[in-house]
Design a protein around this ligand. Sequence first.
Ligand SMILES: Nc1nc2c(ncn2[C@@H]2O[C@H](COP(=O)(O)OP(=O)(O)O)[C@@H](O)[C@H]2O)c(=O)[nH]1
Ligand SMILES: [Mg+2]
Length: 479
Amino acid sequence: MSDVWNTLVHGTVAARDVVWDLANVDTVRLGVTGLSGAGKTVFLVSLISNLLALVRGTGAVDSLPRFRKTLTDESGQLRLLDVKIESAGPSRVPRFAFEAFRATLAQPERPAWPVGTDKPAQIVLRLTLKARSTLGRWKDTFLGPRIVRLELFDYPGEWLLDLPLLEQSYQDWSAETLRLLNEEPRAALSVAFRAFLGALSPGAPADDRTAEHGFELYRDALRRCRREAELRWLQPGRFLTPGPWGDVPLHHFFPWTDAPGPLPGTLARQLHERFEAYKREIRETFFEPYFSAFDRQVVLVDVLGALFAGCTAFDDTSRALGRIGASYAKQLSGGWLFGRKIQHVAFVATKADYVDDLQRPHLQAMLEKMVESAPGAHGNALGRSFHFVSSLRCTSDANAPAKDGVVTRVVMGTKLGEEHQRAFYPGIVPAGDVPAVFWTKPFFVLPKLRPPLLQPGDASPVDHINLDSLLVDLIGDAL
Ligand SMILES: Nc1nc2c(ncn2[C@@H]2O[C@H](COP(=O)(O)OP(=O)(O)O)[C@@H](O)[C@H]2O)c(=O)[nH]1
Ligand SMILES: [Mg+2]
């Protein structure tokens, strides 16, 4: 407010703009997250392309019919007059490279998926809207149509795994982490780290080299858990996804329970202090300046990927999602943690084009079970929704030739690197709890599919499944 006040007092030309902004510009901050590979980049490319296409497209393809409907007035006209990408301004956060990602996908000869990144990025869309109500339209004649700035912020879901950690002491976190590390498959993947812990003497003196060595062994164990067992409940989040902060001495700690108490001058005290410093650091550099500013969030989940990675990987992803779900439930039910109430969290099962139309709702049911798997995750369900989406649809639904008179639904797609389309049947998706019998069949890695050919130009629409319904639930009320 003080900026606004200063500008007014000095009576500069900018004052008019500030007043106009206050009266006519709303900002919606949308966090888009998900564990790596969940589909954040592709989701944002599709969202931006389809929103641009809504006002700038040729009109030949109406790619967001349900969203368009909520933005249409009584006379049948679209209230959305314009969509623009705003200049990044002096932002500290890297700009989401929409045009480059889209160009990669749209290469005419060899469409390719954008390469993965694990750093946050931001892009702002400026939506110009005709008012909904008569009163609003009266205001429009004086001030011009309303502007909604849609701030889109892409950040690694791995950092959300630190939300529960913020509430834990070093002792509690260590005890919980080591309990899990002693169970398979973590135990086999953390032999070196556990041997290191076993050799530490409880009263060992504080020492940077020991702290760093222990950290490296612990991080190696986390990396192996991720790579070899596809586990997802791996804390602290920044050990695997450091983002712009890199590998700093602040990270040089590891879980340890054998030390009696954090006496001054001991390694135990040093680890304890670094853990507390890590908590402060993630609060100050991410949760308070960014996370707490989101009005709404989308949590993308590769449910199929987790399911086909096998029972242990699936349970671990459920554990991670359950803990995230419980943190959000607390936040939804009352300004917890950062003093700001988030308005809506949408959990979205992505890549729904891998399964046929009859099974897609199962993805959503399964996601709901996963998110609600932790104690406290039910919480206040207000402001929370579940969806299935394919941001960039690579398949079409079809009937496989009937066998014994029974028709099987399949999807038709092309494997990346292949030329020809084929029928593709990834198997049955259970709706909700996964019965034990499901895990008796062999698992496979979902092959990457060839992205569809896109029309040139940033504002041409992108084929998707359900993106429009998600948009209606997520931001419809703000427009
Ligand atoms: N078939 C299909 N694959 C998708 C879709 N969205 C994402 N993918 C795949 O998932 C991979 C990871 O997506 P990306 O957006 O980079 O994930 P991020 O790490 O969360 O940003 C992509 O390279 C694609 O292979 C989709 O809607 N359909
Ligand atoms: Mg990405």
